[in-house]
Design a protein around this ligand. Structure first.
Ligand code: SF4
Ligand code: FE
Length: 484
């Protein structure tokens, strides 16, 4: 099987027997659930765009394993040009969905697993790389979505995994059998797992020798026995399932979802294990994955930012303020911030290098700088968008009020901006800004910008490590003619 169409992707999800819970109930039809569907549509976009000739170069590539055409979301990057195209592809997908399209975590996990398992096998004579290449070949051949699962609940942050009062606060091996392992634990904040065919589990942090059972990586189908997904509650989520609230949703077609994912004694066969007790390689895997995902944000958040900047500019037009100089300057500032994020995403890609295994990895310092900016700039971009939009963004009556025979005409009359634009269109653009600033998409554009791919302090640790202060001090001493 080659590339799947968007429709084939949707149909493939119908065949999964997922255990998804939302609002205290099991969701029997995940694909058609109105609250989940927009998030699935965002992933579907990664399939739809790959079918369009104008995006073929960005969205597809040739597999380094099989030589066949694949979706770029399942590729192993073969050059710095590939790394740059990855960021451009993510910006494009962000522009088309104004949401998290969820498929990047798997891609970032593939590239970090590929190089780490290669170096791990070299050190130990294990077969993890072979296992991983076989798995990735299956993913590429069938054009599947893989959820990369890293973050454990972590319990008491002051204690290591094996010292926790509840040993399941970090996912771990509970049984070793001749044919595989049994694991127990949970992964938090799992972006798009209910739209994924497989879940690829990685450790959440570097591990010490006593945390051997916690240094584990593997992949299993998402409907494997023992996997349970509990969807996160999002601000304004039920607007999606409310009759007659279409405009209130803000972004009707697209969204993103996350889930607390439970692994309740899940069996993993030997051929799907990529790390099993080699604690010193857990840190390498985590660091590489985080680096790739911090690069990713220099693409996806920029694409969403493009939509938000555009929405703010449209709102200004509809308000009749587009020619006011401070409004123009605020749009310039938003653009400057957004392009600075993009510049970092491109820079860490252009400065990438080849790993021992042959695939390419980003420059870690620049990728961490990229993500550090992402923890700040979207907040400022949102602040400026709210400034331009005006207070009506949060005080506007509902879609139903606009359609009501008694109060509807008042809404129409008094909430009109410039005469040439309908009140409905003004309402639509303000609701879109609300969606990204405060609604369901704020999960991805704001808080995920803060905590996704590691919270701000995690990047500062890496920046300190990669910043090479001794060299900078030496440079200064030479210029100052200091002799020691
Ligand atoms: Fe991709 Fe961005 Fe969503 Fe991460 S947050 S999965 S990089 S779209
Ligand atoms: Fe993320």
């Amino acid at each position: 099987m080659g590339l799947m169409t968007g429709e084939e992707y949707v149909e493939s999800l119908r065949k999964l027997n997922l255990k998804v819970y939302m609002f205290g109930e099991k969701v029997d039809n995940v694909v058609d659930n109105p609250i989940i569907r927009p998030s699935m549509n965002s992933v579907k976009m990664t399939y739809d765009l790959a079918q369009m000739p104008e995006y073929e170069d960005l969205m597809t590539t040739t597999s380094s394993i099989t030589g066949k055409k694949i979706n770029r979301f399942s590729t192993l990057h073969q050059s710095t040009d590939d790394l740059i195209k990855k960021v451009k592809m993510q910006r494009l997908c962000g522009q088309k969905t104004a949401s998290c399209f969820q498929r990047c975590v798997g891609m970032d996990a593939f590239n970090s697993e590929y190089s780490t398992t290669f170096e791990l096998d070299k050190a130990y004579g294990t077969k993890y790389h072979e296992n991983f290449v076989k798995f990735l070949t299956y993913i590429q051949e069938n054009d599947l979505v893989v959820d990369g699962a890293m973050t454990d609940p972590k319990g008491d942050r002051g204690l290591s995994p094996s010292k926790q009062e509840d040993p399941d606060m970090y996912l771990h091996v509970v049984e070793r059998r001749p044919d595989g392992i049994v694991v127990r634990g949970a992964k938090a904040h799992q972006t798009g797992i209910c739209n994924s065919h497989e879940v690829l589990v990685m450790p959440t942090q570097a591990m010490r020798p006593e945390d051997k059972d916690y240094a584990v990586s593997f992949s299993v189908p998402t409907d494997t026995k023992g996997i349970i997904m509990i969807l996160g509650r999002q601000s304004c989520d039920t607007r999606k399932s409310e009759e007659g609230a279409d405009i209130d949703v803000g972004n009707y077609n697209y969204g993103g979802v996350e889930a607390l994912t439970i692994f309740d004694n899940v069996f993993v066969p030997n051929e799907r294990i990529f790390l099993n007790g080699e604690t010193e390689f857990a840190g390498m895997l985590v660091e590489r994955f985080a680096g790739y995902h911090r690069q990713s944000y220099g693409g996806c958040k920029v694409g969403v930012g493009d939509v938000l900047i555009g929405a703010a500019a449209v709102a200004a037009e509809y308000n009749g303020t587009s020619k006011v100089s401070h409004i123009k300057d605020k749009l310039i500032e938003m653009t400057h911030l957004n392009e600075t994020l993009y510049a970092c995403g491109i820079a860490c890609s252009a400065e990438g290098h080849k790993t021992e295994s042959g695939n390419f990895i980003i420059d870690l310092l620049l990728a961490n700088v990229c993500k550090q900016n992402v923890t700040r700039f979207p907040y400022e971009i949102v602040r400026l968008a709210e400034d331009i939009a005006g207070g009506l963004m949060v005080t506007m009556p509902s879609d139903k009020d606009f359609k009501d025979p008694i109060v509807g005409p008042y809404c129409e009359k008094y909430l009109k901006g410039v005469a040439s634009v309908s009140t409905e269109n003004r309402m639509r653009i303000l609701r879109l800004i609300e969606n990204m600033a405060l609604g369901t998409a704020a999960v991805g554009y704001r808080t995920e910008s803060m905590h996704g791919a590691g919270s701000p302090q995690a990047q500062r640790i890496m920046i300190a490590r990669q910043g090479n202060l001794p060299r900078k001090k030496a440079l200064a001493k030479v210029i100052a003619r200091i002799k020691e």
